[in-house]
Design a protein around this ligand. Structure first.
Ligand SMILES: Cc1cc2nc3c(=O)[nH]c(=O)nc-3n(C[C@H](O)[C@H](O)[C@H](O)COP(=O)(O)O)c2cc1C
Length: 422
């Protein structure tokens, strides 16, 4: 009989320690983040760690979790625990997915591929970002048959949207996650103070430079391209070389041909469509049979509209506090959305999930699953594939033990009864 992932992971760590083998990455979130900081460039760290404005919503996400407390029950035979759930036909061994996170190359050179391997080995779905550092085909190849979804940003080109979705289908993605909250970038003070945006350095645009529709459109940009004006500074040369890395051909040749700079320019022209509205969803609905989830829903009215427009699920998310500073915390938004949706489609909650207790509390309030964000990026930065795997295993273990110690043997028995608001 299996002792469950919680006890298994504890043994792994304690027995390892007795033999002088220690985990690759710190178990504590704070120490993990500190370790990652030491492994990353100041710009890379700021980009991942930062939120919008005064970062009030980032703090609020945590505070909202902490206002809910678990009330453990005793004597309820928790010798075996079932942490599995099914989400849109995808079986999950634990009720969480890895959120789409762009520009993972700033955390580790193996970027999305390392995360794909780690997620694949644990059976946890990985949501490929539209701003990934590696083309989705390469990331998909690294995970065998393991579950994966694709996150879409709706660009100015419907043709590109179509192309990305059909590539995702061919890559074996089993859902499309359409992110709604980033039609423009939030006012991110840490990045502004460093005057650093990774995309302008050619980072995080691999889904575009590997796309036939984007590459075709690039030819037009190339025809309009003029040589860079102004003084040649070391910083400008650095940027040019960094951009060159974005385009899959030999670096020097890219710089010479102007492809790299053109790709970045084309990306800037293409990225995002602030005019997007509910009517546009029909276009996407008609083009894929895959389930579509809307990410960034915070108002019950929007959750209702999602259901009315034939969407298959929502992500209650404030993008980790990176978009609207002062926006409602996701755990504060969740109850009204659960009520509005009334079980018709699954609800995934992200933003601020740091522990097994957080997963438990979100499920108790009615979420079907949660999304893990920054913690796995810190694991990747600190320990590559192995570090990411450990972060995933630790959360799975922590959740399993929280569930059992709270007197619950199966995810479906987690409910509103298990928590109180303080
Ligand atoms: C560095 C970084 C990059 C992100 N990139 C994307 C992205 O490309 N697409 C997307 O839908 N969400 C993106 N997100 C938001 C995450 O999917 C998720 O909503 C958020 O990280 C949850 O907050 P948390 O990490 O504080 O838990 C990003 C978040 C971070 C921190």
């Amino acid at each position: 009989m299996s002792v469950g992932i919680g006890r298994e992971r504890q043994f792994e760590i304690y027995v390892g320690g007795a033999r002088g083998v220690y985990p690759r990455v710190p178990v504590s979130f704070e120490r993990l983040q500190q370790a990652a900081r030491g492994a990353m460039s100041p710009q890379g760290y700021a980009y991942v760690a930062g939120g919008a404005g005064t970062e009030e919503t980032m703090r609020g996400n945590r505070a909202a979790f902490e206002r809910w407390r678990i009330v453990p029950r005793m004597l309820r035979d928790v010798s075996t625990r079932d942490t599995a759930v099914e989400l849109l036909g995808t079986p999950l061994p634990s009720p969480f997915v890895l959120c789409p996170i762009g520009v993972l190359e700033m955390a580790h050179r193996d970027a999305d591929v390392a995360v794909a391997r780690a997620a694949g080995s644990e059976g946890i779905p990985f949501v490929f970002s539209n701003q990934a550092s590696r083309p989705m085909e390469e990331t998909a190849r690294a995970m065998g048959d393991a579950p994966r979804w694709f996150q879409l940003y709706w660009s100015t080109s419907n043709e590109l949207v179509e192309s990305l979705v059909s590539r995702a289908e061919r890559c074996g993605c089993s859902a499309i996650v359409l992110t709604l909250d980033t039609t423009m970038l939030g006012w991110r003070i840490r990045d502004l103070d460093l005057a650093y945006l990774p995309f302008l350095r050619g980072k995080g645009i691999a889904q575009y430079t590997s796309d036939p529709v984007f590459v075709e459109a690039l030819q037009e940009t190339l025809r309009q391209e003029t040589p860079p004006g102004g003084r040649i500074t070391l910083a400008a040369i650095g940027t040019l070389l960094s951009q060159a890395g974005a385009y899959p051909r030999a670096r020097l040749a890219n710089v010479r041909s102007g492809h790299a700079r053109a790709a970045v320019r084309r990306f800037v022209e293409t990225y995002s469509r602030p005019s997007l509205s509910w009517e546009d969803l029909a276009f996407l609905r008609e083009r894929t049979r895959l389930p579509i989830l809307l990410k960034g829903v915070l108002h019950p009215g929007d959750a209702l509209a999602a259901v009315d427009h034939g969407m298959d699920g929502v992500f209650v998310s404030n993008h980790g506090g990176r978009q609207v500073d002062g926006a409602i915390a996701t755990m504060d938004a969740l109850p009204a959305i659960v009520e509005a949706v009334a079980g018709r489609v699954p609800i995934v909650l992200d933003s601020g999930v740091r522990s097994g207790a957080d997963v438990f509390r979100a499920l108790a309030l009615g979420a079907s699953a949660v999304g893990l964000g920054r913690p796995y990026v810190w694991g990747l930065a600190t320990g590559g594939e192995q570090g990411t795997r450990e972060v995933i295993r630790n959360l799975r273990a922590d959740f399993d033990l929280t569930m059992g110690l709270s007197g619950v043997a199966s995810v479906r028995d987690i409910g509103r009864d298990n928590i109180v608001r303080v």
